[in-house]
Design a binder for this molecule. Structure first.
Ligand code: MN
Length: 736
């Protein structure tokens, strides 16, 4: 195990200004915290954070990162707390360690291949500081290096996760050595036979081509020197995983893979890079289609180089990467390169980033800060990961990851899980706490959707959700619910028409008449009737021409006492007030309320409440409007008898609903009289929706109150209580 002074030495080699005391106390703190814990290998647990710190010294990272590496498992696995770490090592380091603790919990999340991309983004969103990711990658690298000690059944899962998430992440951050090692370690675990065979072939070729790399290196170097260009040339063998990927991708055998060697040519300036490419292409034949200019068009992760493949010395195909020193830093260390202590670097590092890099704009901003003379520590501190700040990442209770735009609600979440889940959502829990469906979700939230049997979302959700998927699903569901309501209404209207005409109703007869009515299905027909596009007597005529003939020849109209709306005259209707309690339950359409199965709404300005005698007016395309039978508004429909519908209340006593009514009150002008009126209504269970003040005389004020009540009895009780008040001189129901 590395000793305390060895770690400090490693850091001091690249950072002479290191805070030795800080490193020492972190070393001691972590060692004590992990105490006698041991790793699967039998080594003391502390050897792990220490190795992770060592890996990060290779990347030449700052003190805070090294300390965070030493402490990275303490909050999760020991008695250490964030508060204690914050007190001892400062807020910055405590934040880093907490970020690592959060990511560690993610390792428990069940992974699916399709989620890998989301998980990578989640990592970035949670990490929030590039140093957290650097420690996490080093942590994973050490765990992969010691994978053979982990129980057999866990190894594949860890290796898959590494290959799916951490290796590509290292690649995106431009850390290619880290990426290749992670890939090879995973490859060896997941496909041991293939790995061994690739490695065996590589060894054989190595033997056959002994000295080749050296020979090519020398020849290249001398060619360039002849042309007056100073260059460092280094050759290397491709790694097993990248060879295997190439064989898979191109479906070729090992023998056909000619370019097993790659060479890097590092020069001083960008102009030199292009000069080298000219020399190389003149000297050796190049392979067409392999030249890539990543200097003028850098890769997403700011990687810059010229790539080419030539048929080099000994007829061997060789790949060349040509770049400057600065580009080499980025290529080797990626993001970590920007964290290097650049005491010898005159350029200040500001040049190494291309001016048009999008994803790394944040890095450029911080580089600018660095160029203005800030310390490397400050640079790292401000290197926040803002890449995915327009997204939130949440979980289902069983660990599925759902990515949503920022400001998304649990309703959006529910629809992202499944349309059925969205349609039946009635509530939610966020991190175990019941929360409103309109809450704004945060990254890391675990969201549980509470569902009911209902399948129709409130249409108002349309305005709340922010994802297109949720909005489209809500509109679809609302449309189909409305259609169902009209179909239900139309069916009732047609059935009643048949009953009143003494014709037996049957779907078969209806089916036969559909072509004549130009409707493809009986549901379409019912829906059209419900919407008022087809009259029920048109349906009767289509089904039974006999019945029609009877009507046309002026035969006696059916008896009207049954109240079949289509045949009654307005005059007879208007005065037909059924005796109390003797409504024709068989023929009248049952009205439950506004959330029922029919497209029903109540007349504005003092609608009807259960107990009132009611009439329905069919509004083509809008459903039925319910009026109390005494409503003056009904006069308007006198000459349109076909629009009148017999309706009756069908309210369940077990589930009382509220209905809007209006009460007019004349109250004395006294301080507090309005409050008294309001409290009488409240005390007797009425919901006040609105109060409008009307005419005011010196002594009295007239007001109209919108109140929601359960039924007529309830409304009358409230009116009686109002009349009993001294301040109230008159109170009565208003019917607009
Ligand atoms: Mn660890």
């Amino acid at each position: 195990m590395m000793r305390q002074y060895e770690l400090v030495d490693r850091v001091r080699r690249y950072n002479p200004a290191t805070d030795e005391g800080l490193l020492d106390s972190a070393y001691v703190y972590a060692m004590k915290a992990h105490g006698s814990q041991v790793r699967a290998s039998g080594d003391p647990y502390f050897s792990h954070p220490l190795e992770v710190a060592a890996i990060l010294t290779d990347l030449k990272l700052d003190d805070a990162t090294i300390v965070a590496a030493l402490l990275h498992d303490t909050i999760e696995d020991t008695k250490a707390t964030r508060a204690e770490i914050s007190k001892k090592f400062g807020k910055d380091i405590a934040t880093l360690v907490e970020g690592l603790t959060k990511i560690k919990k993610l390792d428990l999340v069940s992974k699916r291949a399709a989620q890998a991309e989301n998980l990578r983004k989640l990592l970035l969103a949670i990490a929030d500081d590039v140093r957290v990711l650097l420690v996490k990658l080093a942590d994973r690298l050490h765990n992969m290096r010691t994978l053979k000690f982990v129980p057999e059944e866990k190894r594949n899962r860890i290796a898959e996760e590494t290959l799916d998430i951490y290796a590509p992440l290292a690649g995106r951050m431009g850390m290619h050595d880290m990426r290749e090692e992670l890939e090879d370690l995973s490859f060896r675990q997941l496909q041991p036979d293939v790995f061994r065979s690739v490695e065996g072939r590589l060894a054989a070729i190595r033997e056959k081509n002994a000295g080749l790399i050296k020979a090519i290196e020398e020849e290249l170097t001398s060619e360039l020197r002849l042309a007056g260009t100073k260059a460092k040339v280094r050759g290397r063998e491709k790694r097993p995983y990248s060879i295997w990927r190439k064989m898979e991708r191109k479906a070729v055998g090992f023998e056909q893979l000619s370019d097993l060697y790659g060479f890097r040519v590092v020069v001083a300036t960008v102009a030199d890079c292009y000069k080298v490419i000219g020399i190389v292409h003149t000297k050796w034949p190049f392979v067409p289609g392999r030249f890539k200019d990543y200097i003028s068009t850098p890769k997403q992760n700011d990687y810059r180089s010229l790539h080419t493949t030539v048929v080099g010395p000994g007829r061997q195909r060789v790949e060349l990467q040509i770049r400057t020193n600065d580009m080499e830093q980025v290529a080797e260390y990626g993001i970590a390169a920007h964290a290097l202590y650049k005491d010898s670097d005159k350029s200040g590092g500001a040049e190494i980033l291309p001016h048009d890099s999008n994803a790394y704009a944040w890095l450029r901003r911080t580089i600018e800060m660095l160029a203005e003379g800030s310390s490397p520590e400050e640079f790292l501190e401000h290197t926040k990961l803002e890449l995915f700040h327009d997204q939130v990442f949440c979980f289902t209770p069983n660990g599925r990851l759902i990515a949503l735009p920022r400001k998304a609600t649990p309703i959006d979440f529910a629809y992202a899980v499944h349309t059925d889940v969205g349609n039946s959502a009635i509530g939610c829990k966020i991190n175990g706490q019941v929360a409103p469906l309109v809450s704004e979700l945060q990254t890391g939230d675990e969201v549980e959707i509470i569902r009911s049997d209902a399948k129709t979302p409130p249409a108002a959700w349309d305005a709340i959700v922010i994802t297109g998927k949720a909005r489209a699903a809500i509109r679809r569901a609302t449309r189909s619910a409305v259609r169902k309501q009209y179909t239900g209404l139309g069916r009732k209207m047609v059935e009643r028409a048949f009953a009143k005409a003494s014709l037996p109703f049957s779907e078969d007869k209806l089916q036969a008449a559909l072509p004549r009515l130009a409707r493809p299905t009986s549901d379409d027909l019912f829906s059209s009737v419900g919407r008022g596009e087809i009259k029920p007597d048109d349906v009767l005529r289509a089904v039974d021409p006999e019945w029609r003939a009877e009507r046309v020849t002026g035969a006696k109209a059916p008896k009207s006492e049954g109240g079949w709306f289509g045949l009654r005259r307005a005059s007879s209707l208007k005065f037909r007030i059924p005796e109390k309690g003797k409504e024709e339950k068989s023929s009248a359409i049952p009205i439950r309320g506004i959330n029922g199965e029919l497209p029903v709404r109540f007349a504005p300005n003092g609608g009807a409440v259960p107990g009132d005698r009611i009439v329905g007016i069919l509004n083509p395309g809008e459903g039925i409007t319910i009026y109390p039978i005494h409503s003056p508004a009904l006069k308007e429909f006198d000459d349109q008898p076909e629009r009148w519908l017999d309706v009756r209340w069908d309210v369940e006593e077990a589930e009382p609903q509220r209905f809007p009514a209006q009460v007019g009150v004349t109250a004395k002008n006294e301080p507090g009289s309005l409050a008294q009126v309001a409290s009488v209504i409240g005390e007797h269970g009425g919901n006040i929706d609105n109060i409008r003040m009307g005419s005011k005389s010196p002594d009295f004020t007239r007001m109209v109150i919108d109140v929601e009540v359960f039924d007529l009895k309830h409304l009358n009780a409230i009116i009686a209580q109002l009349r009993a008040k001294k301040v109230v001189s008159a109170a009565e129901r208003v019917n607009g």
